[in-house]
Ligand binder design. Structure first.
Ligand SMILES: [Zn+2]
Length: 411
């Protein structure tokens, strides 16, 4: 007996091979390997990077509190020095919540310097005001984001970057920035979907390539928009289906330097959304931050599954990666498949105490799903791949208790 489990929906993913490569070698730069779940620091610990293995990157540019005397206070005309209160705490809550929900790690980049010393959401001149120590920290902050983007693109082909902020505006709602201006948002959907806006959008790649074929207006404020997903969790957000645009006298942040630089407006497949959090009910207290962080993790899961990845979850991909990468997560000895290489029949040998129904998915070298079936009984433990062309395949075996990836060769 067999049953279908998300059958036929891996087809968009010709990137399994890249997953496997990236997990074997990790994310490397300048000779350093970054291990998902580990934390790395720049000089003097001003910039913090938590390496990830999910297609999620989050940064907090304005939440830091460090005020080293070696960096003079910025002093530039029209500059902002106020920190976004509690956003460093909030991003740490988000990290924990995402790990809980996905059982894998987001990439997180934190500027721990106070905004008086470094504004990590401006170009370098305004950000560091000419101070070399601050300039160095700015470079580190930006480079960690670039590194995370490269890792996500290599493993998943696309992904989402969130730049987390806090606003002091009166209206208590999240302001979501896609680089689309307030006046553009006030137009009707047809106008919003004009190329002039699409070409400005920090989620341009998603407009071109999303699972439901939605247009920009849909993605900004439709039923399946990021804002509406927050609305459904009782966090008011603009733009969203319920609150499609900011009214004229109301202030609105459309996304700053990081959203513009790291989004997909210019190129690449990493989209960017700036979240400007209100205070009440979101970040004032630890309980509020924790609840909002948990909601955000669920929204991210929903958003990625709805628009990006036509599989059960990015966590599934991540499991593939982790199970072959990390000894502590690996259950590689749980199921042995033999003979390997084979010309036809393969058998399973269980080393588990109890039999659990398990699923087998066979991918070709490009990561395209070839076969997908379940073993529901311990009695049936062979399968036949005689009809497959000779070559290398990846065999994913999973049950409720384990996940396992093996490389098999058909000759
Ligand atoms: Zn900010």
């Amino acid at each position: 007996m067999s049953r279908s489990f998300n059958s036929g929906i891996y087809h968009r993913y010709a990137v399994l091979q890249l997953f496997l490569l990236s997990l074997i070698f990790g994310t490397q730069t300048f000779g350093q390997t970054y291990i998902p779940g580990d934390t790395y620091f720049g000089d003097e610990n001003y910039i913090e990077y938590k390496a990830g293995n999910l297609p999620i990157i989050i940064s907090a540019a304005h939440g830091g509190g460090l005020e080293p005397s070696t960096i003079p206070d910025r002093n530039c005309t029209g500059c902002v020095y106020v920190k976004d209160a509690f956003t460093e705490e909030l991003i740490r809550n988000m990290y924990d919540a995402i790990v809980d929900v996905f059982d894998c790690y987001p990439h997180v980049i934190i500027n721990r310097l106070h905004r008086k010393k470094l504004d990590a959401n401006r170009d370098i001149d305004e950000a560091a005001d000419g101070n070399p120590i601050a300039e160095n920290a700015w470079e580190e902050f930006q480079n960690f984001i670039e590194l995370a983007k490269d890792s996500v693109e290599a493993s998943y082909g696309k992904g989402l970057y969130i730049d987390l902020h806090g606003h002091g505006h009166d209206i208590q709602r999240l302001e979501l920035g896609y680089r689309i201006t307030k006046s553009a948002l006030q137009e009707d959907d047809e106008m919003i979907n004009m190329p002039a806006n699409v070409n400005l959008a920090s989620i341009k790649n998603l407009v071109v390539d999303n699972l439901m074929g939605l247009n920009l207006a849909d993605l900004l404020r439709g039923q399946y928009s990021f804002g509406q997903m927050y609305e459904q969790k009782n966090y008011p957000a603009v733009p969203s289906f319920n609150d499609p645009y900011p009214e004229n006298p109301d202030p609105y942040f459309r996304g700053g330097y990081n959203t513009e630089r790291h989004g997909s407006r210019n190129d690449g497949a990493i989209d960017a959304i700036q979240i400007e959090c209100n205070r009440e009910g979101v970040r004032n207290t630890n309980a509020e931050r924790q609840a909002f962080a948990e909601a955000t993790a669920m929204v991210l899961k929903d958003y990625l599954e709805t628009h990006y990845f036509s599989i059960s979850s990015p966590a599934t991909i991540c499991d593939l990666i982790s199970s072959t990468n990390n000894e502590s997560r690996s259950t590689n000895n749980f199921v042995n498949v033999f003979p390997n290489p084979t010309s036809g029949n393969m058998s399973f040998l269980y080393t588990a105490d109890h039999f659990n129904p398990f699923q087998v998915v066979i991918y070709n070298e490009l990561g395209i799903e070839i076969r997908n079936f379940w073993f529901d009984s311990e009695d049936v433990n062979t399968f036949n791949i005689e009809s497959l062309p000779a070559g290398v395949y990846h065999l994913l075996v999973r049950s409720s208790h384990f996940v396992n990836v093996q490389r098999i060769i058909k000759y």
